[in-house]
Design a protein around this ligand. Structure first.
Ligand code: TRH
Length: 396
């Protein structure tokens, strides 16, 4: 073992917030886990402390360097900077192919041994991922090689981010109705709402929220939709008839919509665990929904030329095969067409079979979780691969 559990290993993780919360959400989760479970001395370089503060309220905006949960957080302001070999970590990770400062790369080349260097990529269920995972990319000028590391859903990928205590924490919470009720009560959820079908909603603004709300309103099942502040604001305000601020609530027909505060990351997990159905988006909340062992619908981050539809279908093929109602609702939620579904079907016709199938979807979600557990977790897999690379370098 080169990268021991004794704080002797250092790791630098470089994160640029492109938009929203997924970039920092994933990096923060990985940084914490590497420190807490593997005792790695982690420095997280991040360019946007404001976004970071939304998912982690302990972040102080305007501070250049701070300690958070054992992780050193550095405000990454620009590409400048003079670095020496002593500044360079044993393991260097660039998230989503960000360009790390040229001065830092030059200092990496001065190190002996050279640091292990990764480009940590985004999550996709597409088959090509297996072929690209762990591929080397030699630097054009310097004696450095970067390796691609892909999260994924099979044993030939890096697996998914998952803290070692997560499953047990979730099981305990979900087997304690009083704890779930107390958690939701702090946001104003009433006992009647507790007894209804509870749905959390996190999606991009273009999701067909209004059409879904119409179907829920006119349906026969009492539904409480819990929406963190700032999500699908236009549609939520249209339903509420008032500003979508935390605490705002309105019932119409069978549907109650309640706005929650945008909660800290660990509470977002509890929200997913406490709800009967979760609408999630992007990457990190999507993975958390998979660990929540509840039915979920994924709103995928949109890409040019509808590339995201290919990714969505690749995931549904692995996850939802044979569950037509889940496939149909997921495709329609993402405005993706396919020959397999009736494109004219209205939302009540999509919702009703999906609701009927929810017990089966919940069983599938438990089975999926067992399948994913067998792939190990991303942080441990990444360290194992770093170790293999270092031992290879030591031999040469
Ligand atoms: O916010 P996202 O849409 O983020 C991203 C980015 O757009 C990114 O550029 C893109 O590459 C990626 O999606 C695919 O969705 P995501 O990934 O689910 O991240 C949301 C984070 O916010 C996640 O860590 C959970 C957290 N969160 C909270 O902490 N509290 C909340 O109340 C909510 C709703 C989310």
């Amino acid at each position: 073992m080169y990268f021991n559990k004794n704080n002797a290993t250092s790791l630098a993780l470089f994160c640029k917030v492109v938009d929203n919360y997924g970039d920092i959400g994933i990096c923060w989760r990985l940084a914490r886990q590497l420190q807490q479970e593997h005792q790695i001395a982690v420095t997280l370089w991040v360019d946007d402390l404001q976004s970071f503060q939304r998912i982690c309220p302990d972040v102080v905006v305007g501070v250049e360097e701070q300690q958070l949960a054992g992780v050193t957080v550095r405000h990454w302001r620009n590409q400048d900077g003079v670095f020496s070999a002593a500044d360079v970590a044993d393991i260097v990770i660039e998230f989503f192919a960000v360009d790390i400062p040229p001065g830092y790369i030059a200092a990496m080349a001065e190190c002996n041994p050279h640091p292990v260097w990764f480009n940590l990529e985004g999550l996709s269920a597409e088959e090509w991922v297996e072929g690209c995972h762990t591929l080397p990319s030699p630097h054009p000028r310097l004696p450095l090689t970067k390796h691609f590391f892909f999260p994924g859903f099979t044993s030939k990928t890096g697996g998914l981010l998952r803290e070692s205590a997560l499953a047990e924490e979730r099981r305990q919470f979900q087997s304690d109705p009083a704890a779930m009720a107390a958690f939701l009560a702090q946001f104003g959820v009433t006992p009647a709402e507790m007894a209804s079908l509870k749905v959390s909603l996190f999606c991009y603004p273009h999701a067909p929220v209004a059409a879904l709300f119409d179907a829920w309103q006119d349906g026969g099942t009492a539904i409480t939709c819990l929406v963190p502040e700032g999500v699908a604001v236009e549609a939520i305000q249209a339903f509420l008839g008032m500003e979508a601020k935390a605490g705002a609530v309105r019932t119409s027909g069978a549907l109650t919509v309640r706005v929650l505060p945008f909660v800290a990351q660990p509470d977002y997990d509890r929200l997913l665990w406490a709800c009967d159905l979760n609408f999630v988006r992007g990457e990190d909340s999507w993975v958390r929904a998979q660990w929540a062992e509840r039915p979920f619908i994924w709103h995928i981050y949109p890409q040019d030329k509808n590339l995201h539809h290919v990714k969505l279908k690749a995931f549904l093929q692995r996850y939802a095969a044979g569950i037509e109602s889940l496939i149909a609702l997921s495709l329609r939620w993402n405005d993706a067409s396919t020959a397999d579904i009736d494109e004219q079907a209205g939302w009540p016709a999509l919702w009703s079979p999906f609701k009927e199938d929810m017990p089966e979807i919940a069983r599938r979600s438990a089975e999926w979780q067992r399948q994913m557990l067998a792939n190990g977790d991303l942080a441990s897999n990444l360290l194992k691969f770093a170790d293999a690379l270092r031992s290879e370098e030591a031999k040469n």
